[in-house]
Design a protein around this ligand. Structure first.
Ligand SMILES: [Zn+2]
Length: 447
């Protein structure tokens, strides 16, 4: 049987997809990172009811009752799950509501876009994943292998109530041939074709807490003290002047070489500069994935306006490439902060899944069918991090793949800023892509 036209099916269900995404945006699941917060159970319950209406049973499991994680499975005749669709229901705070054109939790649909906190990160994707499951069920797609849906809480504050907890307590829900999540699927135009950047791995994130000790004194006789601010200032200057070693070992570079010619650690910055006018997003991405980043983000020191401060505390955000482990980070950081007391916390481990050519060909084929024209899926490392790191730790290959329409500008998503929104066409394309992918990986005789 030839595969159905998933794009057309998704288009026919556009109103239902948008209505679900909109209903989810209207449920305030703001995650401040400080308990009590999140309230994701309200969104999970809404999804559970929606799935139940389509005949799909879902379960909600939670470390604390108000922070629900939802699991659903469709099809399968035993054996390994073919695909797990993963997502999160929590959102970052809306910030100053005066800066929003539409109220952040109203879910206004206007100008072909759904507006509101979480529309793009990532309730739109939650809706697309749930609708993919619902449509597979409605059309009685024969699924020899199971398709899973794991929609968790607490992604925005580290996952201790969400994917981190799920991976620890319900790992079987995540075991699949492949898992797809946010953190990739963005299109960048390159030389007349569309590249879809597939997130195969993520940079690690570390927090460096440096304390500079001096000696207090009266500010009227500062020479009797040792001003900790000056010690911190010298260190800040070293951090500002730090030139990380350039690295072109990431999976995107072989693809880039075919377009821009040789790329080495020595010329990568020149190539980035050359790419910037025509391909600013691609240039930005190359900068992210070709080096470790060390950025000072917080500083405090002193207790009184007329005292020489005896202590100054500096926090730096570090983003390390997947192969730059804690020892490498520590070595770089200590060299920059030799006279500080330093503590380094890893807040997100870096890891990567294989850029398996068969899988990449399957995704290219799926996108080609959904878009009606060829799209090259190009593996790369994500500059940020997602819940996929917990899934990879279980040995399950996990990928950032949440494609929208190549015509949409992802800069308009305004993720984590005011006026977040997502294009309706993106929700349709994404639903079609998940449908097509699930069908490709799971369809088969069920008897
Ligand atoms: Zn997200």
């Amino acid at each position: 049987m030839p595969a159905p036209d998933f794009r057309r099916i998704a288009e026919q269900h556009q109103d239902e997809i948008v209505a679900l995404a909109r209903a989810l945006v209207r449920i305030d699941t703001t995650n401040t990172g400080v308990m009590p917060t999140g309230n994701e159970t309200a969104a999970a319950e809404y999804l559970k009811t929606t799935l139940a209406a389509a005949g799909i049973t879902a379960e909600i499991k939670a470390r604390v009752p108000e922070r629900g994680n939802l699991f659903a499975t469709l099809g399968g005749t035993g054996g390994r799950t073919g695909l797990v669709l993963a997502s999160h229901t929590d959102v970052v705070p809306a910030g100053d509501e005066a800066q929003w054109t539409h109220p952040p939790f109203a879910g206004v649909v206007e100008g072909g876009r759904l507006h509101g906190r979480g529309a793009a990160d990532m309730k739109g994707t939650v809706a697309a994943q749930a609708m993919a499951l619902i449509l597979l069920r409605r059309f009685k797609a024969p699924l020899a292998r199971a398709v899973g849906f794991v929609c968790v809480a607490d992604e925005e504050a580290g996952g201790a109530y969400g994917m981190g907890w799920v991976a620890l307590t319900h790992p079987d829900r995540l075991r699949a041939q492949y898992c797809v999540n946010e953190g990739g699927g963005t299109f960048v135009p390159v030389d007349g074709s569309d590249w879809c950047l597939l997130g195969v791995g993520e940079k690690g994130r570390y927090e460096v807490h440096a304390t500079f000790h001096g000696r207090g004194a009266h500010a009227a006789r500062p020479w009797q003290g040792d001003n900790a601010l000056f010690r911190a200032a010298a260190a800040l200057e070293r951090v500002g002047a730090y030139e990380p070693e350039r690295d072109v070992s990431g999976p995107i570079f072989p693809h880039l070489r075919r377009v821009v010619g040789p790329m080495t650690p020595a010329n990568v910055d020149d190539v980035i500069e050359r790419l910037t006018p025509a391909y600013p997003r691609l240039a930005d991405h190359c900068r992210q994935v070709s080096r470790m980043l060390i950025t000072p983000t917080l500083i405090s020191g002193g207790v009184k306006s007329n005292s020489v401060p005896d202590v100054c505390r500096l926090t730096c955000d570090v983003r390390a490439l997947p192969h730059q482990g804690p020892a490498v980070v520590e070595e770089r950081v200590r060299a920059l902060l030799p006279d500080a007391e330093v503590r380094i916390d890893c807040t997100a481990v870096a890891n990567a899944s294989p850029a398996d050519p068969e899988w990449i060909a399957a995704l290219s084929d799926v996108l080609g069918r959904v878009l009606g024209r060829p799209a090259a899926v190009v593996p790369t490392i994500s500059g940020g991090f997602t819940d996929s790191r917990f899934v990879r730790e279980l040995g399950v290959p996990a990928y950032g793949f949440a494609p929208g329409s190549p015509e949409s500008d992802p800069a308009r998503h305004n993720i984590h800023g005011p006026n977040e929104s997502v294009a309706v066409v993106d929700l349709v394309v994404q639903t079609a892509a998940y449908l097509a992918l699930a069908y490709r990986l799971a369809a088969g005789p069920t008897a």
